[in-house]
Design a protein around this ligand. Structure first.
Ligand code: ZN
Ligand code: ZN
Length: 597
């Protein structure tokens, strides 16, 4: 689970030591290797400076606020400029000798090369800016500038005031570029842009009143704010009239189709598996999970439902037992304390079983999710400071259930019941996301924190769930395994769903039936998932793909190393390469261990 606003932050690790990495001693030591690393180190800064020119909104979200006062107009001229900059970066990168780079630099090199390739692909092939009207929306970035504490309030308001200048041209460009929009993304754009009007209302007005800006400055600000509202309203009404003319026969489908989907999978995930291979793996894994769940549920039947007749059909039986086991949960008032209590227990297990070294000087702080980060209700997530924030802390944010009705709280607590809560903590904290972040920080790289690979990051968290249970966490309690399988089934089914809808044309009915029948999802969850699969592509696959690659690599290494294989060493070495794509880590690790590829 992660809050929506936190999704971007997931891929960002704290970078307390970034500045040191440039001069770190092992790079200054000896001959040619060192020089190539140093040369690349300089280039990385050039790369990023240029990268923020072609990806200005992303810059704001990672905390690089140097260009905030200029809102870039997203017209075709800008696309040309982006392509020129990519060309230039590509040429410069081509001058480095990969074989002379250290492992850490080599992954950075490959990640920059990949990003140039995928950025170019997005501009020339994918061209979302033509068919996704939700691509255009200034609300989020203005809110981010207003709420980030990178400088004092007055300065932030002055920056925002300047940024207002291009809003009208921004939306004019949007209107002229959009052609053949997707219905679902048009609806989303209307909804989200209307939502953005809130940004240019009370909160900004309150901030303005709290500031010490001069009367003239305040007037200019209010003027910009109201013009911005006008531009947004104009865009929304344009989209509404466009929308009235769209129907499923005359508009572009939200489905990517097999070819485009396969390409996007390659660009976003950087897996050694093709999209179709992962889809087949997921189908197999799903059958395995359902078989295992049936075995456990059958065994638990007399314990939970001694007087009820056992259904013949496996799914019905599993469902009934899952419901029973879910009844064991904490009280709504102790949700946060239960999580807090569990973190040291997980750490103790990892230490006692020798699974991974956990740095005792960096304990994880559990806190109530701050209100500015509250997303769509309750949840738990790790938030780490952006790569440019040198003083931030990493927290485990947990949302209390205070705003829930009795029924809502009960349903939420059944989902995150006694057993599931442990899986959640493994995933989010130890040895999942949090532990991975601590390791990533030991080989600090601005490139990896900014271009970090989502499939590796999520894959590690998903891998760690299975690994912990396999190593005996929870004493092999059948209830814990059952809940783990249910949780894991979700990421497996997300992969099947994503591929089937985008590449195999699954209609809504089939998709929803699949989720309720095969993944034990409630109708509300299933229809929410249907909505998500229409609006996103590939992202739903990242969890299972990353997990599969890590698990498969571990099994491969067990065979190749034989009795020399050591789980703790595997984990520590694997994590030492930072948040790079798994295939690159695999390659470097095999090389370092002098094993065949
Ligand atoms: Zn209850
Ligand atoms: Zn996660």
């Amino acid at each position: 689970m992660l809050n929506k606003q936190n999704i971007k932050r997931w891929y960002i690790k704290p970078a307390l030591l970034v500045m040191f990495s440039i001069f770190s001693s092992n790079m200054l030591n000896s001959a040619p290797i060192v020089n190539e690393d140093q040369r690349l180190e300089k280039f990385k800064l050039v790369f990023l400076e240029n990268y923020w020119k072609i990806s200005p909104v992303e810059a704001i979200y990672v905390g690089y606020h140097r260009n905030d006062s200029l809102l870039v107009v997203p017209d075709l001229e800008f696309v040309d400029k982006q392509l020129r900059i990519l060309e230039m970066l590509d040429d410069s990168l081509g001058k480095y000798n990969v074989s002379k780079l250290s492992a850490n630099s080599r992954t950075d090199f490959m990640m920059m090369r990949d990003r140039i390739e995928s950025f170019r692909w997005y501009l020339t092939e994918y061209r979302e800016f033509e068919w996704n009207p939700a691509y255009y929306n200034v609300g989020g970035e203005f809110a981010e500038i207003l709420n980030s504490r990178f400088t004092n309030l007055d300065e932030r308001l002055r920056i925002i005031s300047k940024r207002f200048n291009n809003v009208d041209r921004y939306y004019e460009a949007a209107i002229s570029i959009i052609k053949n929009p997707v219905i679902e993304h048009t609806d989303l754009a209307i909804l989200q842009n209307e939502g953005s009007l809130d940004v240019f209302g009370k909160q900004m007005e309150d901030s303005l009143n709290a500031s010490t800006l001069s009367l003239n400055e305040k007037d200019a600000f209010r003027n910009g704010m109201s013009k911005t509202r006008e531009s947004i309203i104009g865009y929304v009404s344009h989209l509404k009239s466009l929308r009235a003319k769209l129907n499923s026969d005359n508009s572009r489908s939200f489905r990517l189709g097999k070819e485009l989907y396969t390409q996007k999978f390659k660009m976003d995930i950087r897996s050694r598996y093709e999209a179709e291979e992962i889809y087949h793996k997921a189908l197999e894994r799903k059958e395995e999970l359902l078989t295992n769940m049936a075995v456990i549920a059958r065994k638990l039947w007399p314990k939970y439902l001694p007087d009820a007749p056992m259904p013949d059909e496996d799914r019905a039986m599993i469902k009934a037992i899952v419901e029973q086991v879910s009844l064991k949960h904490v009280h709504r008032d102790s949700f946060i304390t239960a999580i807090e209590k569990q973190i040291p227990e997980l750490a103790a297990f990892v230490n006692n079983q020798n699974l991974l070294f956990l740095d005792p000087t960096k304990p994880l702080v559990v806190r109530k999710t701050p209100s500015y980060m509250e997303g769509s209700g309750a949840g738990a997530s790790i938030s780490s400071p952006g790569p440019y924030d040198l003083h931030g802390n990493t927290y485990y944010n947990v949302s209390p259930l205070t705003n829930y009705s009795e029924d809502q709280a009960e349903s939420y607590l059944r989902e995150y019941n006694h057993y599931m809560l442990q899986i959640l903590n493994i995933h989010e904290a130890i040895p999942g996301h949090y532990a991975q972040l601590v390791y990533a920080n030991q080989s600090p790289s601005l490139i990896k924190s900014i271009l970090g690979n989502g499939a590796m990051i999520e894959g590690w968290a998903v891998y760690s769930e299975r690994m912990m249970l396999e190593e005996g966490y929870g004493n092999n309690e059948p209830e814990l395994w059952l809940m783990y399988y249910k949780w894991h089934l979700r990421s497996v089914c997300n992969t099947i769903l994503d591929y089937s809808v985008h590449a195999l044309d699954w209609p809504e009915k089939v998709a929803v039936k699949f989720l309720t029948d095969e993944a034990f999802q409630q109708p509300a969850e299933a229809s929410g998932k249907w909505r998500r699969v229409k609006l996103t592509q590939v992202q739903l696959c990242s969890y299972f793909t990353g997990y599969s690659e890590i698990y498969d690599f571990r099994e491969e290494l067990k065979v190749k190393q034989g009795k020399d294989f050591d789980l703790k060493k595997f984990h520590e070495k694997f994590l030492s390469y930072g948040s790079a794509p798994v295939p690159y880590i695999r390659e470097l690790m095999l090389e370092d261990l002098k094993l065949p590829k």
